[in-house]
Design a protein around this ligand. Structure first.
Ligand code: URA
Length: 486
């Protein structure tokens, strides 16, 4: 190694007419490599003015060193512009996944991605720009019910949502079950609808946080999604770019979530709350269970129908509870409620007086959806094959594995194996019981909605492995594990 160092000093040191006589304490093979490849700006700050190079930033992260704000900004802007190719971004993302980032690096990454495109300023349109975000789950149709509740309570909300990927569903796919509903509003249309109707639910504009759009697609195919700093910066950059000032983060934990353990979910939640604070915004994170599907329905049109039922006051108890809590914290951030109890009462009232339903209907109409389909949800796309799986014995439901149910829904066609795949809005799975509930032999446990015999059979086989009936009564799963950032 000494030989390499001498050689390096001999060539590089003399070439620039300067020679570092004392190696920095953290020198290792990586640092030598920086030197030999030419851009050791972070190590030899005062000695060199070499231009930054992507490879040195990758090596630095590979060697567990902390990146500077300038290096992060250089990498993100270079990748967004196409100056840094996918293969270097993939290597960098893998180094981040393996070696992590400090909260400071993660905040700088978030801000760099948020500023990689347009940043919306909603201050001329709403008093406070509110948003919510779920980290992704199975049967999670919360936005469809919560947005109208919060808007009916007097806080206009314009929200940009995403599509489902893998086992986790996406709000846009669900809303597109409604014929005519547009999820591609322009920024002008978004602002105009927020001003005039007070509620918007559309896709993320390509002009907002384009770095995240590019990086997320790359992470999805390079095994680099499950990294806490990358997830936190991905989510928060979109929220910041969309102009959110108050954000409720619904951080899912369990089998059907990206975060499998409570510790990881807490870390992610705390990081996102801290990023919001450092960026001058406010976020509250709820840690919620995703071991079993939320509500009963999994699959796009089935979930729209369940959200409509909920807005009419007869949705599943766990889903309604979930919506009340998320809405309550949005109302707290928006200054309409001081406590969770107060927020819940206001939100519940928007259901009982029908005002939340009216807002949902107004949303569908404003975005070109045919309201006949939400007035009569039985008209929404329906599968041709509907088959129930009956309990083979009496007992208690001990397990309904959310991930297995989500992945089976993808097999049926409700989700995508890869970006851009078409989806079938009609198909999905309805679970009839929650964990902890009793079931009698012969009672329906799950119902499969399919449009293809072979997929139906495959789904059924898979789902038998996703459920368990036990003779002993298990503890019901909690809805929530805590609140961070109050
Ligand atoms: N959702 C996002 O928006 N980004 C991630 O990285 C993971 C989930």
């Amino acid at each position: 190694m000494a030989e390499v160092r001498d050689w390096v000093f001999g060539i590089r040191g003399l070439a620039v007419g300067r020679r570092a006589t004392v190696a920095p304490k953290h020198w290792n093979t990586g640092a030598l490599e920086h030197w030999s490849t030419g851009t050791p700006k972070h190590l030899f700050h005062s000695l060199t003015e070499f231009p930054m190079r992507a490879v040195d930033i990758i090596i630095k992260k590979r060697d567990k060193l902390e990146l500077t704000k300038e290096e992060i900004e250089f990498f993100i802007s270079g990748y967004t512009k196409g100056d840094i190719p996918d293969y270097q971004a993939a290597a960098w993302a893998m180094a981040v996944l393996l070696n992590g980032m400090t909260p400071r690096e993660t905040t700088d990454l978030t801000l760099a991605m948020a500023h990689s495109g347009d940043v919306l300023d909603l201050s001329g349109v709403v008093d406070i720009a509110l948003d919510k975000h779920s980290t992704g789950g199975v049967g999670d149709k919360t936005t469809l019910a919560v947005l109208p509740m919060v808007v009916a309570a007097g806080l206009p909300v314009g929200k940009m949502s995403g599509r489902g990927l893998g086992f986790s569903g996406g709000t846009l796919d669900k809303m597109e079950s409604i014929p005519g509903y547009r999820t591609d509003l322009t920024t002008e249309e978004f602002l105009e609808q927020l001003r005039t109707v007070g509620i918007v639910l559309t896709g993320q504009s390509a002009d907002l946080a384009p770095a995240d759009g590019k990086l997320y697609a790359l992470r999805d195919v390079t095994g680099t999604v499950p990294s806490i700093p990358l997830i936190a910066s991905s989510i928060m950059s979109k929220k910041l770019a969309a102009g959110a000032q108050g954000i409720v983060l619904d951080v899912k934990v369990g089998r059907g979530a990206f975060m499998q353990t409570l510790d990881d979910a807490r870390e992610l939640a705390q990081l996102m709350v801290d990023i919001a604070r450092l960026a001058g915004r406010r976020a509250i994170a709820l840690l919620s269970d995703m071991n079993q599907p939320l509500g009963y329905a999994v699959g796009n049109a089935l979930e729209v129908k369940e959200a409509i039922d909920t807005l009419h006051g007869h949705g599943p108890a766990d889903f309604y509870e979930h919506c009340l809590k998320v809405a309550a914290y949005m109302l707290i951030l928006g200054g309409k409620a001081k406590t969770e109890e107060e927020g819940r009462a206001i939100a519940a009232h928007t259901i009982s007086d029908g005002s939340a339903w009216e807002k949902f209907r107004a949303l569908v109409q404003a975005q070109g959806g045919d309201v006949a389909y939400v007035d009569e949800p039985e008209r929404l796309p329906r599968a041709s094959l509907v088959e129930s799986m009956l309990a083979p014995k009496s007992g208690y439901v001990a397990r309904i594995d959310a991930r297995e149910v989500g992945e089976t829904a993808v097999i049926l066609g409700a989700g995508r194996e890869k970006k851009g795949d078409p989806i079938d809005h009609a198909v999905g799975i309805v679970v009839h019981k929650k964990v902890g509930e009793p079931i009698e032999e012969g009672e329906p446990l799950l119902t499969i909605h399919a449009n293809d015999e072979a997929r139906l059979n495959e789904a059924e086989e898979r789902l038998w492995g996703a459920v368990e009936i036990s003779p002993e009564k298990p503890e019901p799963l909690p809805h929530f594990y805590g609140v961070i950032g109050l």
